[in-house]
Design a protein around this ligand. Structure first.
Ligand SMILES: [Zn+2]
Length: 384
C-alpha cells in the first residue's frame, strides 16, 4: 500500500532545516505507458545501483557518505518490497537523510523527471509543482445523527474518523395535546442543528491545519441548505457541491464517487486554464502557444507559467554550458557550444521555468483544447 500524501508530510519536507547532513532526493517516472509491467522497478533499481557506485567512489566526508548510501539502499528496498504502481500512480518522489532519520515518501498521480539529487536540503521544486496542481478535497458524509470525514488527494482517499451526536432517533409523543409534541419537535431540530455545528467545527479544524482546498458534502438533498447554512464563512467559500452519499454508504461507493468528483474538478480547471490561455493569445495579450514560442520566451526569462499536456515528450537539444534549449542541433546561439541531445525537452523546459521561479500547470492529455495550443503554451511576465 502506498502512503497517502498528507499536508503534514509536505510541510515537513518544506520546513527541513539544513545542517551538516546531506539529503538524498529520488525522483522516478513510473508511468505505465512508458514503463509497462515492472519495467519502472528495473529502471529505478539500476539508477540507484549506479548512484551507489558513484557515491562509494566520491570524496564525501565519511558521515555523509554513509548516510547517502543508506538513503539509496533504503530506496532500493522500498522499490523492491513496498511501492506499487496502481490506479493513478505515475511518479514517485522520496527524500531522505538517514543521518537525521528523516524520510518522506510521495507517490504521485503524475510522472516526474527521473533523477537522484544529493544536497543540503530536499530537492522539492518539481515535486511542489506537481502537488500544486491537485485539489485536496474534504468529504463529509452526514445525516441527522452521524458524520464521517474523508480526505481525497491525487486519486487516493483516507478516512478521518466519525462524529456521533446525541440526537435521539425517536421522540416520545403524547401528553399535552400537541404542545408538548411541538416542544419536543423543536428540541429535536435544535439537536440536529447542534450536530451540524459540531460537524462544522470539526471540519474547520481540518481546514485550519491546511487539510483541504474544497469541501464536498454527502447529505440528503433536503438537508443540504440547512447544513451549509451553519458552516463557517471559510468553509462556505470552499463548498464544491453535494454528492449522493451518506455515512452509511459503503467504502467502495464512497471511493468511486469522490474520486470521480475529484477527476471532474481537475478536468474543469484544465479547461478553464486552456480557455483563458487561448483567449489571451487571441487578444494578443501576455501569452504564447506552441513549443518554439515557449522556448523563445523561456530563454528570455519571460515565462510566468507553462501550461502543458502531461504526456508531451519531444526530443531536443540543450547546451550544458548555458542551459539553452532547442529543437535542433545547431550550435548554441549564446555561447557557441555544441548542444547535447536530450530525450525529453519538455522536462528540461520545466526544470528551467522552475529555476526561474515560474509555475507549471499540467493538463490531462485527453483535453480537446490541447490541440489548439500545440500541446504547450505559456502565460508571460512580459512581452518578448
Ligand atoms: Zn550555450
Amino acid at each position: 500500500m502506498n502512503a497517502f500524501v498528507t499536508t503534514e508530510s509536505i510541510f515537513r519536507a518544506i520546513h527541513y532545516q539544513p545542517q551538516e547532513d546531506l539529503v538524498t532526493s529520488f525522483y522516478l517516472d513510473v508511468d505505465p505507458s512508458r514503463y509497462p509491467g515492472l519495467k519502472w522497478k528495473k529502471t529505478g533499481l539500476k539508477m540507484l545501483e549506479e548512484k551507489i557506485d558513484e557515491v562509494k567512489k566520491s570524496d564525501l566526508p565519511e558521515d555523509n557518505r554513509t548516510s547517502v548510501l543508506n538513503d539509496l539502499r533504503s530506496f532500493q528496498k522500498y522499490l523492491q518490497d513496498r511501492f506499487e504502481v496502481r490506479g493513478r500512480t505515475r511518479g514517485l518522489v522520496v527524500v531522505s537523510s538517514s543521518q537525521r532519520q528523516f524520510i518522506e515518501t510521495f507517490p504521485l498521480a503524475r510522472s516526474v523527471h527521473s533523477r537522484i539529487i544529493v544536497s543540503k536540503e530536499p530537492y522539492l521544486r518539481p515535486l511542489l509543482a506537481v502537488l500544486d496542481d491537485f485539489n485536496r478535497l474534504m468529504v463529509v458524509l452526514l445525516d441527522h445523527r452521524e458524520a464521517k470525514l474523508f480526505e481525497v488527494f491525487m486519486g487516493e482517499i483516507r478516512e478521518h474518523g466519525d462524529i456521533h451526536s446525541q440526537v435521539r432517533r425517536k421522540v416520545k409523543t403524547g401528553g399535552l395535546e400537541g404542545a408538548e409534541e411541538r416542544r419536543i419537535e423543536r428540541n429535536l431540530e435544535n439537536k440536529i442543528l447542534q450536530h451540524y455545528r459540531e460537524v462544522g467545527d470539526s471540519i474547520l479544524k481540518h481546514f485550519r491545519k491546511g487539510h483541504f482546498d474544497a469541501l464536498l458534502v454527502g447529505i440528503k438533498e433536503e438537508d443540504y441548505a440547512v447544513f451549509s447554512g451553519v458552516l463557517h464563512t471559510y468553509l462556505k467559500d470552499r463548498l464544491a457541491g453535494r454528492v449522493n452519499l451518506g455515512p452509511k454508504s459503503s467504502l467502495k461507493e464512497i471511493s468511486r464517487e469522490t474520486l470521480a468528483f475529484e477527476w471532474e474538478l481537475e478536468k474543469q480547471e484544465d479547461t478553464q486554464t486552456l480557455e483563458r490561455l487561448i483567449q489571451m493569445v487571441g487578444n494578443d495579450e501576455l501569452a504564447v502557444t506552441g513549443l518554439p514560442s515557449v522556448l523563445r520566451s523561456l530563454r528570455m526569462g519571460a515565462c510566468q507559467k507553462i501550461v502543458v499536456d502531461e504526456e508531451y515528450q519531444v526530443q531536443g537539444f540543450t547546451c550544458r554550458k548555458c542551459g539553452f534549449l532547442s529543437l535542433d542541433a545547431l550550435a548554441c546561439d549564446s555561447c557557441g557550444e555544441t548542444p547535447q541531445e536530450v530525450e525529453n525537452l519538455i522536462n528540461e523546459a520545466i526544470d528551467e521555468i522552475l529555476l526561474q521561479s515560474g509555475e507549471v500547470r499540467y493538463i490531462h492529455t485527453e483535453n480537446e483544447l490541447l490541440k489548439k495550443i500545440g500541446r504547450i503554451g505559456a502565460f508571460l511576465r512580459f512581452r518578448v
